[in-house]
Design a protein around this ligand. Structure first.
Ligand code: IMP
Ligand code: MG
Length: 178
């Protein structure tokens, strides 16, 4: 088993890149069909979604625009409850079909707050595209249209996801060894 050490924690590989890529290609195909001729705006939530977005967008073959926002709400391995504000959205959302690109939906609080903040600009529609979903961790009712992979309620790193800033560069996804 391939393991890595990040600070005090050990992680073992759980989703190899090839599997990640296949799941992204499938979701991208759906988006290509659903958003044909609608010029959607992809809003990528940094930092965690940077690698996912880069791969996802390579499979998107319809007209679209891409924007990046930042919000940080996560420290260590436990989600904090207070979500900070949305930074960097200077693209006009009004009347647009928006697709939020997220790395992972855990409790769902971050994405709910992000949607709320964006609704103020009156987009035509907002959907979420997440690389990972932890169904057992969800605390708020959410309908997420595009999910690449569902995972157990365990802490993961790699492919953009971090533990205290480390691990984002890893090509595969790793799960915390308990
Ligand atoms: P939520 O508000 O609980 O849904 O948390 C969402 C955010 O927490 C994500 O955008 C990630 O930045 C972070 N997060 C949640 N679970 C994990 C994990 O397993 N590893 C790394 N970051 C995570
Ligand atoms: Mg994130």
């Amino acid at each position: 088993m391939e393991t890595i050490q990040l600070k005090d924690l050990t992680f073992s590989i759980s989703i190899p890149y090839e599997e990640i890529r296949k799941s992204i290609a499938q979701v991208a195909e759906k988006i290509n069909r659903d958003y044909k001729n609608t010029n959607p705006l992809f809003v990528v939530v940094l930092n965690g979604a940077f690698m996912f977005a880069a791969d996802l967008m390579k499979f998107i073959n319809i007209d679209c625009t891409i924007s990046f926002v930042k919000l940080s709400s996560y420290e260590g391995t436990k989600s904090t409850q207070n979500v900070k504000q949305l930074l960097g959205l200077n693209e006009e959302l009004t009347g647009r079909k928006v697709i939020i690109v997220e790395d992972i939906v855990d409790t769902g609080i971050t994405i709910r707050e992000t949607i709320k903040a964006m609704e103020l600009s009156k987009p035509a529609d907002i959907q979420v595209c997440t690389l990972l979903l932890k169904p057992d961790a969800l605390k708020v009712p959410l309908s997420i249209k595009y999910i690449c992979m569902e995972i157990p309620n365990e802490f993961v790193v790699g492919y953009g996801l971090d533990y205290d800033g480390l691990g984002r560069n890893l090509k595969d996804i790793y799960t915390l060894v308990k």
